[in-house]
Design a protein around this ligand. Structure first.
Ligand SMILES: [Zn+2]
Length: 307
């Protein structure tokens, strides 16, 4: 087998770590998953754990040769230079950790990091063929409310690297305390976490995965879907995007009322424009998307000569 250029893509989540070898045509092989809790169970051991995970993977796949780079998506905010993980509520051991510098020292390969939702959206833009679009926004409703914004082919980073935090836009009147510390963040009413609260309060005993299947027409869940739409429409009205990508675990639930969500989004979008030209597309997200997006990001950085 001819050894080609490849990078290792890693997608680190609160529950699982995913890894795979991504080629420069964005194909992937050797996809694997491991438990985040097991990997990062030792306080302060995050970097050695990552280093040995990478080395073990390379050892198990000797025919691939040495990767050109390692690229990692974190469920976190990441600094503007994309070298330091700032805040990771689900994996606090990474808070304020200079991952790029420390991991490069351990493994001797260029390391790139970014927040996971940016990488997920990069893979979606590729999978959906939206590369030429001027403005694309992604809203991923999972446990939280993930958001990414792509303008002119670049992921919007912001002054500090923390742009695209739609989940933490304040909602007037809400008294809920967010995990970020603020009161009344959008994520508290437009996320999977809030759906869990609704299930416990209104549908006790019901399996959450079947909530839309069994109670999709209930006023409580219709109102929840409208909350989701308010978050999405908010960003549409600010950015007038070419495309809106919708994804995340909540939207993949059995019988999730996607058409109702789209109707609510349109209802809250300014008329006549951007309403009349609104293009909503559904994410192609799967288990491998974050890994492929991480690989795409590494190739983009290497193309820029950013080693
Ligand atoms: Zn918040």
């Amino acid at each position: 087998m001819v050894k080609k250029n490849y990078v290792l893509g890693l997608d680190i989540g609160g529950t699982n770590v995913r890894i795979g070898a991504v080629r420069d045509d964005f194909s992937m092989e050797g996809f694997e998953m491991a438990s985040s809790v097991e990997m990062f169970g030792v306080p302060g051991g995050e970097i050695p754990a990552l280093a040995s995970y990478v080395e073990d993977y390379c050892g198990r796949h000797p025919r691939l040769g040495r990767p050109k780079a390692v690229s990692i998506g974190f469920p976190s905010t990441v600094d503007k230079e994309k070298r330091v993980v700032l805040s990771t509520p689900n994996l606090p051991g990474f808070n304020q950790l200079a991952v790029v510098e420390l991991l490069q020292k351990e493994i001797g390969i260029p390391v790139y990091i970014n927040r996971d939702v940016n990488l997920l959206m990069m893979s979606d833009i590729h999978a959906l063929g939206l590369e030429g679009a001027d403005i694309v926004i992604g809203c991923y409703i999972g446990t939280g409310l993930g958001n990414a914004i792509c303008i002119g082919g670049q992921m919007l980073s912001g002054k500090n690297g923390v742009a695209g935090e739609l989940g933490h836009v304040p909602v007037l009147g809400s008294k809920r305390v967010c995990q970020c510390g603020n009161v009344g963040c959008m994520e508290n009413i437009a996320s999977g976490k809030y759906l869990e609260e609704l299930q416990e309060k209104h549908f006790p005993g019901e399996v959450i995965s079947r909530l839309f299947e069994t109670h999709g027409d209930s006023p409580v869940l219709r109102e929840y879907v409208e909350y989701l739409s308010v978050a999405v429409a908010l960003e549409i009205n600010i950015l007038d995007p070419d495309y809106v990508i919708l994804g995340g675990g909540v939207l993949k639930m059995q019988d999730f009322p996607m058409e109702l969500l789209k109707t609510f989004i349109r209802q809250h979008t300014r008329k006549p424009l951007p309403h009349d030209s609104l293009e909503i597309v559904i994410s192609k997200q799967n288990q491998e998307s974050g890994v492929i997006g991480a690989g795409m990001y590494a190739f983009a950085r290497m193309r820029e000569g950013d080693l």
